[in-house]
Design a protein around this ligand. Structure first.
Ligand code: MTE
Length: 318
């Protein structure tokens, strides 16, 4: 039997207390002469970077997702990280990744596309307008955050590469560099980190490639210079440090579904009704809050994405 999920509350408009960090972003490693467009009527979660250039510090005050839930403080977003290439200790990652080299960096788009391309990261950053997206991130381990990402829809890049009719999946590959990433010396994992999406999931407007957060250039610990964000799926799908994107006909193997297929399925849609084999997924700990809160179907994005899974039995663990 298929589950029918209650729809999330209707969107609320986030308060106009925008933070003003565009200058800081521009002062970072990026040069964004082309990238930023204004569209005042976009909902807060899709608002482009504000043009105001007065304040410099990342601020969470008064800012929230469409449920009214406050942004997770910058300090927590950047110092509580899952990034096994560096460490399995979340609080050690930021320090270990401090000197990670994000330039030069190239990203290849290949496989079943008519126009395979290789981008230098600077060109990629200029290729598409950047938008801010305030998304919940729900880790499969049972904690969550609310993060203001900067990025662009993956769809724009895929359309430019022009997928062939036979393409059904997208495979993502992270950097493999054990010299810089000490965790990759751990032979228990099939490095490099890889992930995958079905093509329709990859083309969905909520799926973005992020290059920054809190109006700043992405820090190494959050996946610089380029990471995927798929907000309705458990966080492990949001692969960091991407170097290759490949269109395939077959469902690709992924690092986690290779290591522990019963625990970390390919789809990995957030689903409070289906437990992980070792713990419940019914509730989560929002970082910065005490106690636990209920986990929402599809992490609160059911209205936008549930139709992608019509006909699939969501009561089984994928
Ligand atoms: N990407 C790579 N390359 N390596 C990783 O270990 N961890 C994943 C995901 N992307 C991971 C990764 C997991 S389990 C989570 S929850 C998120 O990154 C955490 O992202 P954050 O540290 O920016 O919050």
């Amino acid at each position: 039997m298929r589950f029918r999920y209650p729809l999330p509350r209707s969107s609320e408009i986030t308060p106009e207390a925008l933070y003003h960090s565009r200058r800081r972003f521009l002062q970072g490693a990026l040069s964004l002469s082309a990238g930023i467009a204004l569209a005042a009527c976009l909902p807060a979660s899709k608002r482009p970077v504000p043009e105001d250039e007065t304040a410099l510090a990342p601020q969470a005050t008064g800012r929230a997702d469409e449920y009214g839930d406050a942004l997770t403080p910058f300090e927590a977003v950047t110092h509580y990280n899952n990034y096994y290439e560096f460490s399995t200790d979340k609080q050690a990652v930021a320090q270990l990744a401090r000197d990670f080299r994000v330039r030069p960096w190239t990203v290849e788009i290949g496989g079943l596309v008519h126009s395979p391309q290789t981008f230098g990261i600077e060109d990629l950053l200029q290729a598409f307008p950047l938008e801010e997206r305030i998304y919940r991130l729900r880790c499969v381990e049972g904690w969550s955050m609310v993060i203001p990402w900067l990025g662009f829809p993956l769809r724009l890049l895929l359309e430019q590469a022009d997928p062939m009719g036979s393409a059904r999946f997208v495979r993502f590959v992270a950097l493999h560099d054990p010299q810089q990433m000490p965790g990759q010396k751990n032979p228990l994992f099939p490095w490099p980190y890889t992930e995958g999406l079905r093509l329709d999931e990859a083309l969905h407007d909520l799926t973005i490639l992020a290059v920054g957060l809190y109006g700043q250039v992405l820090l190494p610990q959050n996946g610089a210079p380029l990471r995927l964000v798929v907000p309705w799926k458990y966080g492990f799908k949001s692969i960091k440090a991407i170097v290759r994107i490949e269109l395939t006909e077959e469902q690709p193997a992924t690092l986690w579904s290779t290591v522990a297929p019963q625990e970390y399925g390919f789809y990995a849609n957030v689903n409070p009704a289906v437990s992980h084999p070792r713990w419940s997924q019914a509730t989560e700990r929002r970082i910065g809050e005490s106690g636990r809160r209920p986990t929402l179907p599809f992490n609160g994005y059911a209205e936008q994405v549930a139709t992608l899974y019509q006909g699939m039995d969501l009561s089984v663990y994928y």
